[in-house]
Design a binder for this molecule. Sequence first.
Ligand code: PHE
Ligand code: ZN
Length: 881
Amino acid sequence: MTQRKKTPQTQYLADYKRADFTIEQVTLDFSLFDNQTIVTSKIVFKKTNNRVKNLHLTGEDLTLLSVSIDQKETSHYEVSDTGLTIKQVPNEFTLSTQVLIHPEKNTLLSGLYRSNAIFCTQCEAEGFRRITYFLDRPDVMTTYQVRIEADKTQYPVLLSNGNLVEQGDAGQNRHFAMWHDPFPKPSYLFALVAGDLACINKTTTTQSGRDVLLEIYTEKAFINQADYALGALERSLKWDEETFNLAYDLDRYMIVAISDFNAGAMENKGLNLFNAKYVLASPETATDKDFFNIENIIGHEYFHNWSGNRVTCRDWFQLSLKEGLTVFRDALFSADMTTKGYKRLEEVRTVRDHQFIEDQGPMSHPVRPSSYIEINNFYTLTVYEKGGEIIRMMYQMMGAETFKRGLALYFERHDGQAVTVEDFATAMSDASGIDLTGQFFRWYTQSGTPTVRVNSLYDAQSKTYKLTFSQHHLPTADQANQADKQDLVIPIAYRLFDEAGQSLCDERTIVLTESEKTIEFGSLSKRPVASILRNFSAPVRLHFEQSIDDLHTLVRFDDDLFVRYDALHHILKSAVSQLIGQQTTPQKTPQKTPQSIPQSTLTQLVGTYEYLLTKDNTPAIEKAELLALPSLSVFFSLLPEHPLDAVDQAVKTLSAALAQQMSEPLQARLSTPCEHEEHDLSFAAVSERSYRNACLQLLSYAGDTDSIARAKNAYDQAQGMTNRLAALEALNQTQSPEREAALSDFYQRFESDPQALDKWFAVHASADFPNTIDTVKSLATHPKFQLTNPNKVRALYGTFCMRNLAQFHHPSGQGYRLLSDLIATLDTINPSLAARMASPLTQWQRFDDARQDLMKTALTTLVNLQPISDDLYEIISKSLA
Ligand code: PHE
Ligand code: ZN
C-alpha cells in the first residue's frame, strides 16, 4: 500500500514537465462483484516526444492480471508499489491492462469503494490510480467510454459520466450499462456509481432552448429528502446562465448522495458525488443553515462545470485556479439567494477565524503552494477561501461588468485546456487593463496574513483629517522559501461618518501598493468616525485604534454589516479585557469577589443592543449575526496575550451579565407571535427564525431556572429542526434534567436519520462540562457511531476537539491524549481524515507553556507511529519542525 511509502517524497512546482504521451481515448470495463472488481482498460497513447522509450503509469493497490500492446500480450514491463513501466513502446499504440481491486475493503474512500451497499468513486486528486494504471495527472485529458457490469438485483442503477449509450442483460442475473462522455477530461473527474438507488428528476431548459435532465439519486429510504437539492440545482443552472452567460453542456446532470465521503462534494463531469449531508434535508431533520449549505454546495459543484471542468488545472499546485474561482462564484450565488451582508459575514468568519489561524501555524502556505508531500493536505482554507478572497479583490478593483468580460475571455481562450493561475491572471488583466500579473500576483505566491495599520489624525485648526495606511508582513512557518515578504496590492474600502452616524462621503477604495500611504480630507468641522475595510475588502488583519464611542457609533449607524460586526466585537473584546484585568490584579483570594463589568461599559453596551433590538431596521437575518456573541475561540484569538482559562472565565461573566441586563427587551421580542410556519423555507421565514433564535440564545446565557424552562418549552414546541436544535443548544449550557430529557427525546426521534443523529453526537461533544470527555469516550462505542464514517468522526471528535475549546484544552491534557489515540487508529483506516483531525494539535503555538508541552508530547507520539501515512507524516512533522 502506497500510503506506507518509506521516505515521503516532496513534489515541487518548479519540476513541472509536460507528459511524454497524450491519451487519445480510453475504454474502461468494470466487472463488479461483492468480493472483488475486475477493471479492464484500453488506452490509446501517442508520444509527444519521440526520444522517449518507456511509458510510466501510476497505480496503487492494484493487482495486475495482464498487459498487452496492440492486442498482443507482453512481458516487457515492471510493476512497483506506485506504478507500471512499459518498456520500449512504439510511437502510437493501444495498451490494454486488466487489474483486480477490492472496493469492498477500501476504507480510504479514495478510488473505487463501497458506502453502505453502493459502489462509488472519488478520484480527486489522485484516486484514479487506485482504479487502473494511468497517467493520473490533470493535464492529461481524454474521452471516456465506460462499461459497468453488476448483479441486477443488488445494483439496478449503474451510472458514469456523460451519456447513457447502451444497457442490457449480461446473463446470470447480471446486467450492464455503457456510458460515453464526449468532453475530454482529466482522470480526477471520472466517476462511477452502482447501487439500489431511488431517483427524483426534473427537466429544465437552457436559454438556447435545450432540455437538460436533472436527477438526484439517494438510498431509497431517503429519497423524500431530496427535493430541496433538486430545486437548488435548477437555481444554480439558471443563475450561471443569467449571471455569467455560462450554460450546461450535457443532456443530463446527476447528483448521488453518499453516506461515507471524505469531503463535502465532488464535481465529476455530469455525475457529482455528494456527502449525503449536503443533499438530504427536510424541515424536520435539517436546520435552515443546513439548507443554506446544501444550496451553496450544489451551486459550487455545478459552477465547477465551467471553472474546473471545461477549463482545468495544469497540475495540483494550481488547485486554487478552480477552487478559489468557484468559491467566489458560489459566494455571489448564495449572496443573491439570501443577502450580500449575510453571506459575506459567513465568509469573513471562515477567513479570519480559521484561515488566519492556518496561516499562523506550521502549515502556512501560499494560495499557490510551491511544494507538497501529499496533495490531499492542500485542500485548505488558504487554497479555497483565501483563493476566493483574491478573486473578490479582482472583482472589487475592476467592477462586476468588467469581471464578467474577463471571465468570458478566460473561458474563450482556455476552453478544453489545463492551465495555470498565471493564465487566469493574464486573461483578467487583458480584459480589464489592470495588471494582475505583477505585484498583485504576489497574493498567490506569498504566504501569511498581511497586517494593515491605520493611524488617524484630526486637526481642528485646519479642519483636516488624515488617514495613514501601512502594510506589514510577519514571517511564516514556511520561511525556507518565503523569507523575503514583499508588499502586496491591498484594496481598502472606506467611508467617513460624523459622531451621529451621518455620512460625510460616499464609499471609496484606496489601493495600497506601497508600504505606507496617507490620504487627507479637508473642511471637516469635527473629527469624523472612519469606517475602514468595508465589506472586508481584503483578507488582512486590521489594526486601527478607535475609541469605544466611535465603535458604538459604527455598530449603530454604519451601513456596512462587516464594519458593524467588527466594531461590536472590538467593544466586546474590550469588555472581556477589562474583566481579565480585574482577575489578574489582586489574585490573593481567587474567585471570592465576583468580577463585574464596569457599570458605564455595561450601560453603553446594553444601550447598543437595545438599539439593535428595537430601533434598527437591518434585515432580521443580518441582525441575528450581530446579536450572536463570538465563540470562546474568537475571543481567544482577539486576546492572544491572555491565557485561555482567563478568557473563558471573563467571557462567561460577560455573557451572563448581558443576558441578565437584556432580559426584558429580549423576552418582549420573543413574546411577539411568529409570522411564519416552521416548515416555511421562504427567506422571510428563515430570517424570522434566525432572529428569534439569536434572542433565545442570548437570553440563555443567564443560565437561571427561567431560561432553562423557556428553552425546554421551546424544545417541546418545536416542529422543525431549526427551532429544535436552537432550543437544544440553549439547554446544552446547563447540566439540567431538562437537557437530559431533550437529548433523549432527540435520540428517539432521529435514531434512524444519520444526518440528524450527527447533531445529537455534536451537541453532546460541544457541552462545556468537565465530564464531556467521558461522554465522548462512551459515545465512541455507541452502536450508531462508526470510525469508518467521516461524518460521524467529525460530529463527535471533530466537535469536541475543534469547537469545545475549554474542554479539549483541559489542563490535564486528557483531551490531547484522546485525540492522538484517535488519530493513530484513524491513520490505519483513512489517512486523509487522520491528517485533517490533527489540526487542533498543530496549533500549539497559541497556548501557554504547560499546554504546549502536552500538545507536543501528543505530536511526538504520532510522528513516531510505525507505519505512518504520508498524509499524517507531512502534517505532524511540519508542526514539530
Ligand atoms: N473538488 C471538490 C470541491 O471543492 C472537493 C474535493 C476534493 C472532494 C478532494 C473530494 C476530494 O468541490
Ligand atoms: Zn470546489
